[in-house]
Write a protein of this length. Structure first.
Length: 327
């Protein structure tokens, strides 16, 4: 990462060959998805975008493919989202970063149906300067009902550095997941993910999707379930949930990809209640490791399991011990 972190650090990339003949603003919107197309157009007109070293002022400028592009972002407050005094558990904080342990039920970004009460609203109350950053500094998201660690950039330069680190797969994100079925061992799931062709609110493994890679190991086995340690190599929407469902080990409690609760033969009333009553996907972002964008220091954090997952695992262990005695 950039050891000489500069608040005005430019973004650099190369135009892919397949973008030949397309408009500059269109291509930039795809290369830098954290910025809106209208914002990129304004930066082009202001001379903040250079192609092969020459500043451009026309968003419609046609590209030939292969050009070196440099964008000088300008921090601009986003007034669409309002700060709210939402309690947040801050695991780490300095002038460049925040690390949050997100609870279940908290939406990450405001959107239709959730314009308030989100993580972003809480972050803007905690650190008002985040209003000037893309997505309020959030560089990777967690689903509403996934718990655990999430990193937030506090400066534009830190944001740019973290986005680049994620693209290089230099940020290590580890999860714990309780799944149906008992895998024989660990493995990797390399399957592209895109929008479901019928239900556009869902994701699916599809040949038309984007590259997605998930690694997993078996941390603990039960009679009809397992606790997996999962590591993301890429960060697609719903990636862990989709990939594990794809290999027929969906997450317990997942309302979209999990299906009906599966009960081991002879399950106790306590286990039946624990499985059928689990209110969310059993997924927790347990560990996060990265290089600090300014100092280069190796940092890592761990988040303890939330109470609901602790209780679920206790019920599974009790059932497994009982089954072993009966056998």
């Amino acid at each position: 990462m950039n050891r000489d972190l500069d608040a005005d650090a430019p973004l650099r990339t190369t135009v892919p060959a397949e973008a030949a003949g397309r408009r500059l603003d269109q291509v930039l919107a795809e290369l830098f998805p954290d910025f809106s197309r209208s914002r990129l157009q304004a930066w082009i007109r202001a001379g903040r975008v250079a192609v092969d070293g020459t500043p451009q002022t026309r968003p419609r400028e046609a590209l030939r493919g292969g050009e070196a592009v440099e964008v000088a972002p300008l921090a601009e407050p986003d007034t669409r989202w309002l700060p709210e005094a939402i309690p947040l558990r801050v695991v780490y904080e300095d002038g460049d970063l925040l690390v949050i342990d997100k609870p279940a039920g908290l939406v990450t970004h405001p959107a239709v149906g959730n314009w308030s009460g989100t993580l972003v609203n809480g972050l803007l109350h905690l650190a008002p300067e985040l209003a000037a950053l893309p997505r309020a500094g959030i560089v990777h998201r967690l689903d509403k009902d996934t718990t655990g660690l999430l990193v937030v950039a506090r400066t534009l330069a830190a944001h740019n550095a973290l986005v680049a680190a994620l693209a290089r797969r230099d940020v290590r994100r580890e999860y714990l997941a309780v799944v149906y079925g008992v895998p024989t061992g660990g493995g990797s799931i390399d399957a592209p993910i895109g929008r479901h062709r019928v239900d556009r609110t869902r994701m699916a493994v599809t040949s038309a999707g984007r590259t997605a890679l998930t690694h997993y190991t078996v941390a603990e086995r039960f009679r009809g379930h397992a606790l997996l340690a999962v590591r993301l190599a890429t960060g697609r929407t719903h990636q862990i949930r989709v990939h594990l469902a794809h290999v027929r080990h969906p997450l317990v409690g997942d309302p979209v990809y999990g299906g009906r609760a599966r009960l081991p033969r002879g399950a106790s009333p306590e286990l039946v209640e624990a499985l059928r009553g689990f209110p969310r996907q059993a997924l927790h972002a347990s560990r996060l490791a990265l290089e600090h964008p300014r100092s280069g220091a190796s940092l890592s954090w761990e988040a303890p399991l939330p109470d609901d997952l602790v209780s679920l695992l206790a019920a599974l262990r009790t059932d497994a011990a009982s089954g072993a005695r009966d056998g």
